[in-house]
Design a protein around this ligand. Structure first.
Ligand code: ADP
Ligand code: MG
Length: 498
């Protein structure tokens, strides 16, 4: 892989390098919480989804939700990680109003997933492998709401006990752009795997951003940790701001202290929240209410078998097997739903025109990425709600392939399909939109146009070749866009040259 050059922060004393490690919290896609049967659905009334376990009533016992463990294992396999067949839950003790248990159940010593990695690609095409240290399962806390009452805070425990995967990167990230590419790539992967919906604005995915700076060749500097940053852009801003702040601090004689900071989206800056606690402050110990998690090979094989083709592999296949450009391959594989839609349309088109998929791939890819995406954007719809189905698109493209529809007619019929949700063939039938290649009709239209523009004909004949396009346009208009362009070209040449 070609290495990205390290990003530099200019200081008064010279150049500084940024070192970043990200701890991403991803809410596991599961109907129930990690240790209780309460629902995890987003947007419910406050405290409508709180079981006695989540509320930490005395005597309540946690029961592991197997689906959450399965999703963590699938995620681990997707980042090529070691899956730990034996893992265990620990209690991390601390007091917080939105944590009724007084401790969070997490995995400090024996996480479910060990070392893996994610390959990222920057906008300029450089690639880099980012190490992932571990993924562990833990409970989310509830939410304190401070802005609904003038003098009191409210507590909403709906999120309390939801399963999180904490995905901890190695300090391999060296720039805001790499941090952005890592989080975007991780989000894409989780969405493909189906282990997290990646909805950052609903808090389903958020990152703790660890940043330090150093002079080239020096050991790592002291890091700060900016908590709960919830968009790719904010993560990049937090890295940039925090690195700048640390360089300025060090160069003016100060020292970076290891602390927890908060990101303020309004100003794009970070501010101190609290000093960093050490692990021993939490008095971690194995949770006595839970047995260790033990997996056999068959379970892991089953998890592996349930993974879809992952984005990197899909993208490579689109390029090498389907012959798509890197751009088209990236766009069409960006989301699993889009890729599935494209592949269904591709198979259907190939079947309808009776050609191998490799022959029609570029045509389908171009149509999906320009016409369909453009239309969906205008309609404000996701591909899952497209008014035109993959089969319907295949029918349209087949009518183009067999010469029934010219390029402009394809666009017209597609517009009508978007509006009416009807099939291409029936629209062509109803509106009489078949392409006309009959030279009699085309010659007649050409004659009409020539008769109406005698000066232009004279100019053309005296050498003003550029006027040819004008005639094509006029004839097409006269025939309501239905004339076969090839035939119009041929006949115009013949009749104008006389
Ligand atoms: P802790 O357990 O105290 O949170 P870890 O060693 O697990 O600390 O590291 C947490 C995160 O901080 C990891 O993502 C890691 O890559 C990152 N990190 C560690 N050291 C540095 C550093 N010097 N600069 C930037 N990031 C760092
Ligand atoms: Mg940590």
């Amino acid at each position: 892989m070609s290495e990205a050059p390290n990003y530099i922060v200019k200081g008064a004393t010279g150049d500084w390098e940024i070192v970043v490690g990200l701890e991403v919290h991803a809410q596991v896609t599961a109907k129930a919480k990690l240790f209780s049967g309460a629902s995890t659905e987003f947007g419910a009334e406050p405290n409508a989804q709180v079981s006695l376990v989540d509320a930490a009533m005395p005597g309540m016992l946690p029961v592991i939700n197997g689906e959450c463990a399965r999703q963590a294992v699938r995620t681990g396999l997707a980042i090529d990680a070691q899956i730990n067949k034996w893992s265990r839950f620990d209690r991390k003790n601390y007091f917080y109003p939105d944590l009724p248990q007084g401790y969070q159940i997490s995995q400090l010593y024996h996480p479910i997933v060990g070392e893996g990695h994610l390959d990222i690609e920057l906008d300029d095409g450089t690639k880099k492998r980012i190490g992932i240290e571990r993924i562990h399962l833990e409970q989310d806390a509830g939410k304190s709401v401070h802005d609904l009452h003038p003098s009191m805070s409210y507590v909403d425990l709906n999120r309390c006990g939801c399963a999180l995967m904490e995905i901890v990167s190695r300090p391999d990230i060296r720039s805001p752009a790499e941090a952005g590419a890592y989080v975007a790539g991780l989000r894409q992967l989780l969405r493909y795997v189906g282990s997290c919906d990646g909805n950052m604005d609903e808090g389903s995915m958020r990152a703790d951003v660890n940043v330090s700076v150093r002079k080239a060749g020096q050991p790592f500097g002291t890091r700060t940790e900016t908590k709960n940053v919830n968009s790719v852009r904010f993560i990049m801003l937090a890295v940039e701001h925090e690195a700048r702040r640390q360089v300025d601090l060090i160069e003016s004689g100060g020292t970076v202290i290891q602390e927890t900071r908060l990101f303020d989206p309004g100003s794009g800056t970070t501010r101190a929240m609290r000093g960093k606690e050490d692990a021993h402050d939490y008095r971690y110990f194995p949770d006595p209410d839970l047995l260790p998690l033990v997996f056999d090979d068959a379970f892991i094989a089953q998890c592996r078998g349930s993974l879809p083709e992952l984005p990197a592999a899909k993208r490579a296949r689109y390029e090498s097997t389907l012959g798509l450009s890197p751009y088209l391959a990236a766009v069409l594989s960006a989301e699993k739903e889009t890729a599935d839609w494209f592949e269904t349309a591709l198979a259907a088109t190939a079947a309808k025109v009776g050609q191998p998929v490799t022959e029609v791939a570029l045509r389908v890819a171009n149509f999906v990425s320009t016409d369909l995406f453009g239309a969906l954007k205008k309609l404000g719809k996701e591909i899952g709600d497209s008014p035109v189905s993959p089969d319907a698109l295949a029918e349209l493209l087949a009518l183009a392939a067999d010469g029934t529809l010219s390029g402009p007619l394809v666009k017209q019929v597609f517009e009508a399909m978007l509006e009416t949700r009807e099939g291409a063939a029936s629209i062509v039938e109803q509106r009489g939109l078949k392409q006309v290649s009959d030279t009699g009709a085309i010659d007649a239209a050409i004659q009409t146009v020539m008769d109406a523009n005698p000066e232009k004909v004279a100019e053309y004949r005296s050498g003003k070749d550029k006027l040819f396009g004008f005639f094509v346009g006029q004839v097409m208009r006269a025939m309501a866009g239905k004339a076969a362009p090839g035939v119009v070209n041929d006949r115009l040449k013949a009749l104008l040259e006389v």
